[in-house]
Design a binder for this molecule. Structure first.
Ligand SMILES: [Zn+2]
Length: 263
């Protein structure tokens, strides 16, 4: 084969030999360049891969550190602010009122959610409570195909004075300045004639709220009878207390009042 190529090569003129050599060289160069480029790109690929690996390790270490820090700063409900009037976790009870009896927050919004029915058309809640209620009502609707009916949200000092004047006794309605409704963080859902009727008629809704409301920061304030909570059981009365705290109360099966006096 080689001798054949040798004879063949001898017959070529100098010019054609040069052209053929150049052609062969350029073909070789092209292949060489291609291989070289592949080599370079694979080098940079492995380099990049290593860089990503290093980054992931650094991030992992950082995350581990964060988790450790979080464990050190573990949520402690005893450190919450139960006293300031505008605190999300302000505690109001039969003997504990707002410091300013006529307190009104300044971050109020209308109950404009698509899955909320505001039976009074103009009710308001504090912004944070409404944002969470909006999310809650969407999931409530998705699961039960019913819009959340809010029959009573805020009740100002004067409104509570009016209620007390007409019909409501102390175990059932707070005195003016002593009502969770005045925090603009609480609401009553569906019709609230009496607890037996409510639990019979809206058992499914109450059950859903008992299982899920804490995930949005809401808590059923009066659920253990007056021996513990002072007030009668009110399955319709839900109050926003902040997600972490609501979760804590739910997990420990405590009402706000029970927690406050046990802490
Ligand atoms: Zn209520």
């Amino acid at each position: 084969m080689l001798s054949f190529f040798g004879l063949y090569w001898k017959n070529f003129t100098f010019k054609s030999k040069t052209i053929l050599s150049l052609k062969l060289t350029s073909k070789f160069m092209k292949k060489f360049l291609l291989l070289f480029l592949i080599f370079l790109s694979s080098c940079s690929f492995f380099e990049k891969k290593q860089e990503i690996k290093n980054q992931t390790e650094v991030l992992q270490k950082y995350e581990d550190k964060l988790i450790v820090t979080w464990k050190i700063l573990e949520f402690n409900p005893k450190n919450l602010d139960f006293k300031s009037d505008d605190s999300i976790t302000k505690f109001v009870w039969k003997e504990i009122s707002f410091t300013n009896l006529k307190y009104e927050p300044n971050d109020l919004v209308f109950l404009s959610g698509n899955f909320i029915i505001d039976t009074k058309w103009n009710q308001t809640l504090r912004l944070e409570a409404f944002e969470k209620l909006d999310k809650l009502s969407k999931d409530f609707y998705n699961d039960l195909w019913v819009k959340l009916k809010i029959v009573s949200a805020y009740r100002s000092y004067n409104h509570q004075v009016w209620i007390k004047l007409w019909w409501c006794w102390d175990n059932f309605c707070a005195k003016p300045g002593f009502s969770e409704h005045q925090s603009w963080l609480a609401f009553d859902m569906f019709e609230t004639t009496n607890k037996e009727e409510f639990l019979k008629k809206y058992k499914k809704y109450f059950h859903w709220m008992s299982k899920n409301a804490y995930k949005y920061g809401f808590h059923n304030s009066y659920s253990k009878w007056k021996e513990i909570d002072w007030y009668e059981i009110e399955p319709w009365h839900w109050r926003y207390v902040w997600v972490d705290f609501a979760k804590y109360l739910w997990e420990n099966n405590l009402t706000f009042g029970e927690f406050y006096y046990l802490k």
